[in-house]
Ligand binder design. Structure first.
Ligand code: ADP
Ligand code: MG
Length: 173
């Protein structure tokens, strides 16, 4: 059985971009927990947070992690998925966990170039570069704990995919 591959890391690290390319390389399905949440609730992440608050969003995020977990799939997770112990344990037990790691200035730069970045509220309302720095400082340890493998997400997407395949000893389909 092919275990699911979970991609973790902060917003902008490439979970969606790399996840799609990796799933194609392996002939796996691609799932995205944020996308799943939007489909099942018919609301954007920003709307859920605005109407129900972050705690409720986090609970729904945990449910979506379970819902999308299936063999032979690459799963892009929400940036805060690792905050809950239960999510970190679930991912480690059910599949292979890859941390896409990049420095905060690179992440902020990528997000600022995305027009849809405005749809997702920042946690504090401060400039995105400052906030990414705090988020990484706070979460790096959790990403590291959750991950079976850490991959440098500053490389070109093709190379990131190649390194993931190598670290998991998987061949292209
Ligand atoms: P995430 O899903 O982790 O938030 P995305 O896959 O949406 O990240 O990527 C965020 C932005 O960064 C997108 O504009 C994407 O094209 C770009 N990007 C992602 N990975 C890379 C990479 N390895 N090199 C350069 N740009 C990248
Ligand atoms: Mg994404």
């Amino acid at each position: 059985m092919s275990l699911p591959i979970y991609l973790i890391g902060a917003r902008g690290c490439g979970k969606t971009t790399i996840g799609q390319a990796l799933s194609q390389a392996l002939g796996y399905a691609f799932r995205d927990t944020d996308h799943h949440l939007q489909l099942t609730t018919q609301r954007s992440v920003a709307e859920i947070v605005a109407t129900e608050g972050w705690d409720s969003f986090r609970a729904r995020e945990s449910e979506s992690l379970r819902a999308v977990t299936a063999p032979a799939s690459v799963i892009a997770t929400g940036g805060g998925m690792v905050l809950a112990d239960v999510n970190r344990h679930f991912m480690r037990e059910h599949g292979q966990v890859i941390w896409l790691n990049a420095p905060s200035d690179v992440l902020a730069d990528r997000l600022e170039r995305q027009p849809e970045a405005a749809q997702r509220p920042t946690l504090t309302g401060r400039p995105i570069a400052e906030e990414m720095e705090d988020i990484l400082r706070e979460r790096a340890q959790l990403y590291r704990q959750a991950a079976h493998h850490e991959v440098n997400a500053m490389q070109a997407p093709e190379q990131v995919v190649e390194h993931i395949l190598q670290s998991l000893s998987l061949a292209r389909a």
